[in-house]
Design a protein around this ligand. Structure first.
Ligand code: HPA
Length: 281
């Protein structure tokens, strides 16, 4: 993968200045956010040199630049999942590219299974922290000090200022938002009931198969990260009906109204927080 080639291509093809905020759109988020955008340019991943090609159903594979509620952003409609067979370097390649383009803020979204017993399908969860149980790490291997330090600090992996902006937006738009710890597994299978009991003991509120690699690479490179999970199901428990990928998509669709109200209110506040305090934390 040739970072320089991809960066030069995107600099020439994205209209105007590259936005300082990028949203990664997870399962169920892609279409909705794209519909909310006043689009400036839209590129298929397959047309971007160096980009892996997205394979999973429900992930369209476009890099879009445009505005939502007046805030300019890049949106990745479709992400690269570790369970698809991509390496950690491939999964996080777009984050490295975005950093080289001058990116400062990363807004990660996903679909996740609820572990916290207070969560219901359709709930939104602000990610306060994470647990990496993927069994791999995108920062493993030779460290390029140009990108960041060998042993990056993760005490503030999820940015308190940006999380505050989302909380304020939730209040202003009367959208209920939960908070919790996102635990990442490699997938592709959903969890066993014993795994979910174990993860609850570890302090996890929700479980999913993405997001953590992107957060690690972004923090390594000094970007600020915020994230929201859409709780699409109650994670496996004894007596539960078997889970399907379709179910995950259906619940995400049902959350559309709340998601669009929240995102419309959150993006200007996130942008403002990024600009007020560009180098924090
Ligand atoms: N487990 C893991 N990933 C998920 C789930 C789940 O229950 N729901 C949506 N993504």
């Amino acid at each position: 993968m040739n970072l320089k080639q991809t960066v030069e291509f995107l600099e020439s093809r994205l209209s105007g200045e590259v936005p300082s905020l990028m949203m990664v759109l997870g399962s169920g988020w892609g279409e909705l956010i794209a519909e909310m955008m006043d689009i400036e340019s839209r590129l298929s991943y397959s047309d971007i040199p160096g980009f892996p090609v997205s394979t999973v159903e429900g992930h369209a594979g476009h890099l879009i630049s445009g505005r939502i509620a007046g805030t300019r952003l890049l949106a990745m409609q479709g992400r690269f999942h570790y369970y698809e067979g991509y390496s950690m370097a491939e999964v996080t390649f777009p984050i490295r590219v975005f950093r080289e383009l001058g990116g400062r803020g990363l807004f990660l979204t996903n679909a996740a299974g609820g572990i916290d017993s207070r969560f219901q399908p359709g709930d939104l969860m602000l990610i306060k922290d994470h647990i990496n149980l993927m069994g791999d790490n995108p920062l493993r291997g030779p460290n390029e000090t140009r990108h960041g330090p060998r042993f990056p600090d993760m005490t503030a992996a999820w940015d308190a200022g940006l999380a505050g902006a989302v909380r304020t937006a939730a209040r202003a738009s009367s959208v209920d938002i939960k908070e919790g710890v996102y635990l990442a597994v490699s997938g592709p299978n959903f969890e066993t009931p014993a795994e979910i009991r174990a993860f609850a003991t570890l302090g996890a509120s929700a479980v999913g198969m993405s997001t953590v690699p992107e957060c690690l690479v972004a923090r390594h490179a000094g970007m600020r990260v915020v994230g929201i999970s859409c709780i699409t199901n109650v994670a496996a428990h004894e007596g539960a009906a078997p889970l399907s990928h379709e179910e995950v998509g259906d619940v995400a669709a049902a959350a559309r109204k709340r998601v669009s109200a929240l995102i419309g209110a959150a993006l200007p506040r996130i942008e403002e927080t990024l600009n007020l305090n560009p180098d924090a934390p």
